[in-house]
Design a protein around this ligand. Structure first.
Ligand SMILES: Nc1ncnc2c1ncn2[C@@H]1O[C@H](COP(=O)(O)OP(=O)(O)OP(=O)(O)O)[C@@H](O)[C@H]1O
Length: 257
């Protein structure tokens, strides 16, 4: 099987600071990839490069077999994105927002409205379909962002902290949706700091530390012969972090001094 995403020797600098230091990654259709790493490791930078939002990088990125530098438009019709900090045109209603996206993706209007109505019903926000997004709660906005990322039936989904603000029931639905989409052959690139969800959802976990891939494998493979019980333990070990208690103590002392 050919990789659906292929990253070769990807490097990126902001001014003099090298943020990605030679990332190599091949991702195959139908995989759910958990993309994790400490704050500032370069995860969002990688995703922004894959989305074509950052162009001044070195290395090669191929999506659907084509270099995204050479064909920077067509592939965007086949990808979806839930951003970490979702900017949304919130003076629009959900119907207007999804219709606007439908126009951008060149989806037939009737099909778009049928799909938008059905998905908002399933996610429990259809009663507000014609209400302005400014009136939505945080979780309702997040549900709309999730629907928006999938409305055009993309082949690859890039998700950056997608469950922020979702209640426990909605998280359960969302996890099932991702599993269902992966079974249909969709590829899911899932970036999050919520280790339990990544552990439970991802067939493959890629850990980025200081701009390089420090671990790559299934949860079982990364367990290091059973030494680590949870993804949190693996994360601590790979990033060389073991002083959370001391830091917390100093923090409390600094406040209560
Ligand atoms: N536009 C920018 N200009 C300068 N430096 C930037 C810019 N965007 C990101 N950086 C720096 O690049 C590094 C990686 O940032 P990035 O947002 O990719 O990390 P991340 O792994 O997504 O972190 P987090 O888990 O906190 O979201 C950080 O040191 C950050 O300060």
């Amino acid at each position: 099987m050919n990789p659906i995403i292929e990253i070769e020797n990807l490097t990126k600098k902001y001014s003099q600071k090298e943020v990605l230091k030679g990332v190599n990654l091949k991702i195959y259709p139908g995989q759910i990839i958990g993309y994790i790493g400490p704050n500032g490791a370069g995860k969002s930078t990688t995703v922004k490069i894959l989305l074509g939002l950052i162009e001044d990088y070195s290395g090669t990125v191929k999506i659907f077999g084509e270099d995204i530098r050479e064909n920077s438009v067509d592939y965007k019709f086949r990808i979806g994105y839930v951003p970490e900090l979702g900017d949304i045109y919130d003076t629009l209603t959900a119907k207007e927002y999804l219709t606007f996206l439908g126009d951008l993706y060149e989806i037939d209007k009737d099909l778009l409205l049928e799909r938008a109505n059905e998905l908002t019903k399933l996610f429990g926000i259809n009663e507000q379909f014609n209400a302005r997004i400014t009136s939505y709660s945080k979780g309702m906005k997040q549900k709309l962002l999730i629907i928006a990322s999938m409305i055009h039936n993309p082949d690859i989904l890039f998700l950056d902290e997608p469950i922020t603000g979702l209640d426990a029931n909605s998280v359960m639905i969302f996890k099932e949706i991702l599993n269902g989409l992966a079974k249909k052959g969709k590829t899911i690139f899932y970036s999050s700091h919520i280790m339990e969800v990544v552990e439970n959802l991802s067939e493959r976990i890629v850990l980025l530390n200081d701009g390089i891939i420090a671990a790559d494998g299934s949860f079982d493979e990364l367990k290091n012969n059973g030494k680590n019980d949870s993804l949190e333990d693996i994360f601590n070990e790979v990033t060389g972090f073991n002083n959370h208690k001391e830091i917390a103590e100093s923090f409390v002392t600094a406040i209560c001094r």
